[in-house]
Design a binder for this molecule. Structure first.
Ligand code: THU
Length: 134
């Protein structure tokens, strides 16, 4: 079973490494593999704004490039101020997740106060992915 509290803690730690001098919006995430390994990621921005990389894609690319490609869950921590809503993965990250993760991937959102659980299938139904071009 997924230890959501541990995954959120790892995402919060990773968030501290966020390089976000342009948006000042820190995001951290923790991606849990089926073998128990956890890959973390943060957003890494660039003066050429189009080159900004989201936390989720950082973690996924780290995992794939180290030979891990089976995932169970991802925790995402963005804004944690009182006024902040949950930080949902952006469209590009949902597309990249759909390449490597099953629709049952658990997505754990934490806003500093409470957590919300959903699945990739709920956030990104009818995706265009590997199955679409067989
Ligand atoms: N960002 C993420 O890292 N993940 C998300 O799910 C949403 C947005 C980053 C991109 C950019 O560095 C900053 O948040 C503001 O958009």
């Amino acid at each position: 079973m997924v230890n959501y509290n541990l995954l959120i803690k790892e995402a919060q730690n990773a968030r501290e490494y966020s390089y976000s001098p342009y948006s000042n919006f820190k995001v951290g995430c923790a991606l849990l593999c089926k073998n128990g390994k956890i890959y973390t990621g943060c957003n890494v921005e660039n003066a050429s704004f189009g080159e900004c990389i989201c936390a989720e894609r950082t973690a996924i690319v780290k995992a794939i490039s180290q030979g891990d490609k089976e995932f169970l869950a991802i925790a995402i921590v963005g804004g944690i101020d009182e006024i902040c809503d949950f930080t949902y993965p952006c469209g590009s990250c949902r597309q990249v997740m759909s390449e490597f993760c099953e629709s049952s991937l658990e997505i754990v959102l934490f806003n500093g106060r409470e957590r919300k659980l959903c699945t990739l299938g709920q956030l990104f139904p009818n995706s265009f992915d590997k199955k679409s071009i067989k």
